[in-house]
Design a protein around this ligand. Sequence first.
Ligand code: 13P
Length: 340
Amino acid sequence: MNIDKLNDIANRMVAAGKGILAADESTGSITKRFESIKLDSTETNRRDYREMLFRSADAMKSYISGVILFDETLRQKAADGTPLVDVIKAAGAVPGIKLDKGPKPLPFCPGETVTEGLDGLADRVAEYAKLGAEFAKWRAVIDIVNGRASHNAIHANAHALARYAAICQAGGIVPMVEPEVLMDGAHDIDTCAEVTEWALKEQFQELYYAGVKLEGIILKPNMVISGKKCPTQASREEVAEKTLKVLKRCVPAAVPGIAFLSGGQSSEDATAHLHYMNAAGPLPWKLTYSYGRALQADALKAWGGKAENVAAGQKAFAHRAKMNALAASGKWAQNLEKVA
Ligand code: 13P
């Protein structure tokens, strides 16, 4: 393993004032997103949508350091025959690949899951590296059921993530380690803080046991936030403060960067939370975005599946990316949102 090479990739992924576009929705997930604009999820429509994003020069060159792709997209060509990976690289961003095969029910733990995909993973990493992927993502899902998560779910997911991370590093690509505590449910922000702290403590212990070198990973965590159905919703400032407190307790300074998921937050909340955290710096690691929904929702709506709306979709994407890039430097302000 060449840790200097991995560290260099990780640093490029969290370059100052940039962040990651998570465009790795599985076919099932992108089909659901397309349903919201009444668009059929054909291979060509999926290609056109993602090509629109990756060719958004304003957004990609200035604000996007990396893009996470689903298998289909990594192998796909743009309408003019250019591989989409080359479109991403030409914009100066690092291509990545979603490696996990999704969360599956965890026996004897009702409502909880463990993410699968380890079998044959070293061979898949080797193939994806040849196709141009320099980093990967694996998402574990921790669901707070009736106010708690089980040790079995936390441990099984942390162990699988650590095995995945070691396989990635041995194969020369940077693992994004994503233990996501879901914001679904009625739990309060302090319950989210407790479960997130537990999941991260367990995660770094498992990474250590697996021999993973922290200089060559990116952590992709949830923010510490009130459950969606909790009657008391914490303020943006409280989310930032409580998230930072948990991260400082759990994430060693050797980790080059932390890139949050948005997890169902509104686009503006996801930006504001990131801003307040960076404004409270200096921090031991880079703190940026690896958003899916919070970067894409406005662009998807503006595009609406119509060729004549490509420029409008790209404009919406560039605006959201710019707002998040400002937040990654602690320089966002609410009034900047109006200039859309
Ligand atoms: P969201 O930002 O929509 O949560 O997606 C990020 C991601 O990659 C989840 O795995």
